[in-house]
Design a protein. Structure first.
Length: 177
């Protein structure tokens, strides 16, 4: 059982611009349209656990990018839009309860996505691995990947590689105390 973060950030540590914009992710030259290992990663997970803001951003796309079930963590949403029926499910629990609930459904390898959600899982020591793709752009402000955490988190470098000669993908294992 693993809870894994897989996310892109700017060189200065932001996952989105000041008003949530992510257009800078498409500014990178990718002539062979590599998915940068995303498909291989998705083959290792059972479900996604996603924050509301991230869900709303993904829901605004012209396509739904996931074949795995997506559990949207939100206290504000009362329902998931009908067009995502059978694809996305609302869950209102705290991180430990979310994991327990999904594990009872045999969903054990979870992709944790969304800045605030990632931070809440980190605070509760519930993240096992972090895979970060750092793009060669400095945003100068926006939504930080980690923000302010109340505890120090030690990591072990598992691997680091340059992808499409432009970005660095780094894989860390969280050292549990």
């Amino acid at each position: 059982m693993k809870n894994i973060v897989y996310i892109a950030q700017s060189l200065d540590g932001y996952i989105a611009g000041p008003v949530g914009e992510i257009d800078w992710l498409e500014d990178i030259d990718n002539p062979n349209e590599s998915d940068l290992g995303f498909s291989a990663f998705m083959n290792t997970i059972d479900a996604l656990v996603m924050g509301r803001n991230t869900f709303e951003k993904v829901a605004s796309f012209d396509f739904w990018p996931y074949e795995k079930p997506v559990y949207v963590v939100s206290k504000k949403l009362s329902t998931i839009p009908d067009r995502f029926a059978g694809k996305a499910f609302l869950i209102k629990d705290k991180p430990k309860e979310i994991i327990s609930t999904l594990n009872t459904k045999s969903l054990c390898n979870l992709y944790i996505d969304g800045g605030l959600l990632i931070q809440s899982f980190l605070i509760e020591n519930l993240i096992d691995e972090i895979i970060v793709s750092t793009l060669p752009v400095i945003l100068g402000g926006g939504i930080p990947l980690f923000g302010t955490l109340s505890n120090k988190i030690k990591l072990k470098l598992e691997s680091s590689e340059v992808l499409i000669n432009q970005l660095v993908q780094t894989h860390y294992r969280v050292i549990k105390a």
